[in-house]
Design a protein around this ligand. Structure first.
Ligand code: URA
Length: 453
């Protein structure tokens, strides 16, 4: 018989728990029987302090994955692949990667018999200082992110990719555990983060998964050693579940690309998909090609990740990914006509400029602070369920290492109301540091740290 008190005591004392007891714990949490919230919170704190062994973590993840409904991709007869990022400021790669992969695979096998690709992206909303894919997509008039799993399957068949939010029945254990973690200072545990992220990704029934684990001033795991541990735990957990998993550790010491903010980020992606490349988007394009290069390689469409990166860039440049994007948007109810003149649709009521106070080089950017400034401009929410502003956000005019003159624009801020500008402007002023000597090259780090292929 499952005894919550006994389970807590044994984890508190560092014992390894068997799979059957971890399953019983998750079952009790979801059924809300045989365990109180206080006991669940105590168990989470014991895990926070003691960590989990490989088998325990795999058991927790699998029990959470199967705690509700899952998406069954088998009827599609495709290679099912997704990516996940640990979160960033201006990180909009999902909006580019979904159409790139769709353009490469379109859910059909090649003449040589390589299976079609399908990308079932179940995405999230803004979290802390970082933006969320769903909030960005929902700025496209008519775009639906809350689809049933059967409609999800139809769009995947038609387009090869579909981007939706979590359904109420998908991985309910994570919803309950996450809310308790949020109230008990146990969010940061790499073990609990792994179980949370991987249970949701594995519920998409993936053949392969590419993880972008960020490190640096805008990352949840700022130190490379913490990001490295998280990457290793996620790869081990993916492997234990039979999903080929690759983790890349990428630096996040500055906002990614040209814009951060919901519609602004869609607009940046539309420009890239229409092959109108801006210098400030170069790092975003590089990161996108790195991740989709790995995905194309794992899906059997490229002989190496590097060849996959080149194929990805070609799908962007040729307009094939643009065509796939319009198809996905229209299949999800969105009005693709708005992309004809995306600048005209961008109508912030108020704007301001951050200018350099002295000449020099941009030597550091506190990217977490930049993310909070973007949220305060109105792009994020103070509490769950709050509306977000489509047009709030920033445009960056200079990157790390760039030489700037006194008075030169560094950032343009946009908000729905003049009164929302002053505090974020001050936060950005503190976040950008200009100095006399150019910084080192640490921010250029793009490293494959764990491969399991
Ligand atoms: N994202 C998640 O889905 N879960 C976590 O625990 C952290 C980030």
């Amino acid at each position: 018989m499952f005894q919550a008190q006994d389970l807590i005591r044994r984890k508190r004392d560092g014992e390894m728990l068997p799979e059957s007891e971890i399953q019983a714990f998750v079952h009790a949490v979801v059924a809300q029987q045989g365990i109180t919230d206080a006991q669940t919170a105590a168990f989470l704190m014991a895990v926070f302090q003691r960590g989990l062994g490989t088998a325990e973590l795999a058991a927790l993840t699998q029990a959470m994955r199967f705690s509700g409904e899952t998406f069954d991709a088998r009827p599609l007869h495709t290679f099912t692949i997704d990516k996940h990022s640990t979160g960033g400021v201006g990180d909009k790669t999902s909006l580019l990667i979904a159409p790139i992969l769709a353009a490469a695979g379109v859910a059909r096998p090649t003449p040589e018999g390589v299976p079609g690709i399908c990308v079932p992206m179940i995405s999230g909303r803004s979290l802390g200082h970082t933006g969320g894919t769903l909030d960005k997509l929902e700025t496209i008039p008519g775009f639906h992110t809350q689809l049933s799993l059967s409609r999800f399957e139809q769009v995947l068949r038609q387009c090869g990719a579909c981007l939706i939010g979590q359904t109420p029945k998908l991985v309910p254990a994570d919803r309950i555990l996450y809310a308790l973690r949020d109230h008990t200072s146990t969010v940061e545990s790499p073990y609990l983060i792994t179980a949370s992220i991987m249970s949701k990704k594995l519920a998409e029934s993936l053949n392969a998964l590419v993880l972008d684990v960020k490190t640096g001033s805008g990352a949840f795991m700022r130190r490379p050693e913490d990001a490295g541990l998280l990457a290793r735990l996620m790869v081990e957990t993916g492997k234990a579940a039979g999903t080929r998993t690759v983790a890349l550790m990428t630096n996040h010491d500055q906002p990614i690309g040209r814009y951060a903010g919901n519609w602004l980020e869609v607009m940046e992606c539309v420009d890239i998909l229409r092959n109108r490349r801006h210098a400030m988007s170069a790092d975003l394009i590089e990161l996108t090609n790195l991740l989709s290069g790995w995905m194309l390689h794992l899906a059997g469409r490229a002989g190496s990740p590097e060849a996959g990166g080149q194929a990805s860039d070609e799908l962007l440049r040729s307009g094939a990914a643009w065509k796939a994007w319009v198809g996905i948007v229209e299949a999800q109810g969105g009005d693709a006509g708005v992309f004809e003149n995306p600048q005209a649709f961008h109508q912030p009521a108020a704007s301001a400029q951050l200018a350099a106070e002295a000449a020099g080089f941009i030597i550091s950017i506190d990217t977490t602070q930049v993310g909070w400034a973007v949220q305060r401009l109105g792009a994020g929410r103070a509490k769950p369920g709050d509306p977000v502003s489509a047009h709030a956000g920033i445009e960056v005019h200079a990157k790390l290492g760039d030489r700037v003159e006194a008075g030169q624009r560094l950032v343009t801020l946009h908000a729905a109301d003049q009164t929302l500008l002053a505090e974020p402007l001050e936060m950005l002023r503190e976040a950008y540091v200009v100095g006399a000597v150019p910084p080192g090259l640490a921010w250029q780090l793009r490293e494959v740290i764990v491969r399991e292929v």
